[in-house]
Design a protein around this ligand. Structure first.
Ligand code: IPM
Ligand code: MN
Length: 354
């Protein structure tokens, strides 16, 4: 029987609640498909600051490197907002991504027909949306040096090397080959030198993928096109900060930020997390939507090669939504019954083991 070591980072805010539900579902499909998951918990973000005075302890990095995959919830909260930058939860997550070499973040946004009414956009605009944002995750303005803040002036540096652009472009073209074979590379090449290099490099990598259609789009236009006609997109390839922004936008096409999973890959071990934050305002109330995390767990199983188990989860989510169960974020949309975080997890686990 295959045995997989999973590093679990529940994090802050709603993190623990949603990760618990993902584990419930993972256990259900593991026993069905005959593999074993061994979980080890590590701290990151605010909860790590509280214990170790460090948002990304070495122990956590080591624990992740020793695992086959990392399942992550969310980090952050008001309590830690006023700490110096190196002590803030967000810094911990960035350090972990960097330490694990996770330069590629894949964020699929696939519409559930059952939730067509949950989006603020018209059903006919979003029906059939199936896109994937490939976001560069360990470079760009998030990590560029120099960076500084004084009382009167502050700056960051948006920087990409050719090599960094090449490897993320490869991930995007590979992703497109598995999908509808179209890449939209998003940049701001009409203004930024870093985007000029981005565009040229993506063109070069494209030569190795003649079957894939490539188009370039300025980020402002992309933000507009995403709500005007999201169906035109297959793979969106973009840098760190543009990808951060566009993936939040993409989540609202689907109806709730509580629905978008992500896979961070490129290093020795993949990390799987919902795209949303720790939502401290609703933590502990049992109303968080665990679906983004459960979908992330399914992406993790795909990554581990347990594709049948992953499929079980995806189908189970669809079925539960079809039956009309909704967490509070989706409560007003064709809900038969509004359920708690825990109930949603149990329903999905049950369906997934049928
Ligand atoms: C995300 C988050 C993070 C990011 C924050 C928490 C640092 O918004 O994963 O999208 O900006 O990458
Ligand atoms: Mn974000």
């Amino acid at each position: 029987m295959n045995n997989y070591k999973i590093a679990v980072i529940k994090g802050d805010g709603i993190g623990p609640e949603i990760v618990d539900e993902a584990i419930k579902v993972l256990d259900a499909v593991a026993s069905k498909e005959n593999f074993n998951l061994e979980y080890n918990e590590f701290l990151l973000g605010g909860s790590a600051v509280d214990v170790f005075d460090n948002p990304c302890p070495d122990e956590t990095i080591k624990g992740c490197l020793n695992a086959n995959a990392v399942l992550f919830g969310s980090i952050g909260g008001e309590k830690w907002d006023n700490l110096p930058k190196e002590k803030r939860p967000e810094f911990g997550l960035l350090k972990l991504r960097k330490s694990l070499g996770l330069f590629a973040n894949v964020r699929p946004a696939i519409i559930f027909d059952e939730l067509l009414n949950a989006s603020t956009l018209k059903p006919e605009v979003i029906k059939g949306v199936d896109l994937s944002v490939v976001r560069e995750l360990t470079g760009g303005i998030y990590f560029g040096e120099p960076r500084e803040k004084t009382a009167d002036v502050a700056f960051n540096t948006m920087i990409y090397t050719k090599e960094e652009i090449e490897r993320i472009a490869e991930v995007a073209f590979e992703e497109a080959m598995k999908r509808r074979k179209k890449v939209t590379s998003v940049d701001k090449a009409n203004v930024l030198e870093v985007s000029e290099l981005w565009r040229e490099t993506v063109e070069e990598v494209h030569k190795r993928y003649p079957l894939v259609e490539l188009e370039h789009m300025y980020v402002d236009n992309a933000a507009m096109q995403l709500v005007r006609n999201p169906k035109q997109f297959d793979v969106i390839l973009t840098g760190n900060i543009f990808g951060d922004i566009l993936s939040d936008e993409a989540s609202m096409i689907i109806g709730s930020i509580g629905l978008l999973p992500s896979a961070s890959i490129g290093g020795k071990v993949g990390l799987f997390e919902p795209i949303h934050g720790s939502a401290p305002d609703i933590a502990g109330q049992g109303i968080a939507n665990p679906i983004a995390t459960i979908l992330s767990a399914a992406m993790m199983l795909d990554y581990l090669g347990e594709t049948k188990a992953a499929q079980r989860i995806n189908t189970a989510i669809k079925n539960v939504l079809q039956e009309g169960y909704r967490t509070k974020d989706l409560a007003s949309f064709d809900a038969k019954e509004v359920v708690t975080t825990e109930e949603m997890g149990s329903l999905i686990a049950e369906h997934a083991s049928n």
